[in-house]
Ligand binder design. Sequence first.
Ligand SMILES: C[S@@+](CC[C@H](N)C(=O)[O-])C[C@H]1O[C@@H](n2cnc3c(N)ncnc32)[C@H](O)[C@@H]1O
Length: 471
Amino acid sequence: MERFIFVLGSNWQLSIAELDNYLKYSSNQGKIIDYSANIAIVEFEKLHQDKHYINKLMEIQFILGGCQKIAQIYDFIDINTIQDAFPVQISEFRYVEKIRKKILAIIDNIIIGKKGIFPKVYESMFFAVSIYPNLYDDEYYSEVLVKHLLPFLNKEIMEILKQKGAVKALYYQYPEKYIKSGNLNPIFPHHVIRFELLKENRAEIIFGFTEEGLYIARTFTTDDPNFKKQIDEEKPHKEFKSAISPKLSLIMLNFLNLFENRQSKKILDPFVGNGTITLFAIIQDFQIYGSDKDIQKVNNTIRNIHWLLEFLEEEIPPFTHQRILKQNARKISSIFEPYFFDGICTEPEFAPFYTEKPYYSQVKELIDTELTPLYDEFFREAYKIIKTNSRICFISPIISTLDGNNLQVNIEKIANKNNFRLVPILDLNRIPNKFNQKLKFRKQHIKSIIDAKKGQIIKRKLYVLEKIEEK
Ligand SMILES: C[S@@+](CC[C@H](N)C(=O)[O-])C[C@H]1O[C@@H](n2cnc3c(N)ncnc32)[C@H](O)[C@@H]1O
């Protein structure tokens, strides 16, 4: 069975949850059979049997917010063999050499051929080796993999290509200073595009580690971060200090489980702001609706949407003004019909923009007197306008206070009160567990996942809720 490496986004837990949800509910069913903090190994039920499976992989890449690259796996080497060939300290050089030869034989076998990394020998060939460790802060990565495995692979693969008939075989050279310090990032998706590594005579060869061993793969699709960045940064109205990222917007949209016929699915952001979620929902083909209590924000979103459609060279439909409306989220059922929406995706009002950690009492009061009542009323209203069994993907804040506490709204309680069920974001019965404490998921059902940068005062927590069937 064909297996694929999915290179995960920086929030790897969220990326795994998004991917697992996709593999469980989309028509491209499959399973994550192994993972690290950087990659997930995926086996599809049927996708690989499709003649045009690479096109399908490209579609999957486009849909997922937390996937940097997708690569096809050609072979696997167990972790003991790798550690024998590349030990932390070499004591018996002959033995090391023998095992390294064994590894080279495996690479030699998969490098060229109809079912190989390169389909045939070309006069001029170019490759880039990307090593994805189990965890970046692993000393084995900085001391052994970067300093010894990487140069070994570069040199030996170049030799193999020449032996097989390439007149010119070159490899991507990482800056020496990063190799020396052991602090090396594999090449980024925009490098894959810039160095044309998806062409037949060029390749990014991924060496992806998990606790089990090393997967050898070739990249077939990559994220186009420039496209997302351009939309995010060039839209006329933006607010960087509070805005949600393009990646997180896409991930949230995917948790709505609307993978088929997106062009007929109606989704709403009732705290629309400058409309980031709606913009990425347009790119994903959804019918979008939005509202905000602030007319300025409504106008900003409308302008951003028109700008996006022009940017995409698409026609501007006449109805944007009827779909992006001024309304308080506490009353949205007065402007939208009952059971109208297939999903709601939103990041509501959080808190003032704190430049320093607030006092506990200040945040407690904010949560009790403002956020909890607002979210409660929103869920009550949402219940009326969303279809039964449809989902809400909701972000709620975790606020760090001066005394070291982290305060948050009890979303599960509010949701249950308003007939929504909290859906586990990740079901660990579906993926293998790990020994390393940093890679282990602690609970059986993960009910929410945090998305935050180090030291942020307000962190985002993502929840998925489903409207319970009416009796
Ligand atoms: C965190 S921002 C949303 C940012 C948005 N995701 C974006 O990309 O710009 C929250 C928005 O909720 C709006 N808002 C706050 N309270 C509201 C309410 N009761 N009803 C509707 N909108 C509200 C604010 O005007 C603000 O635009």
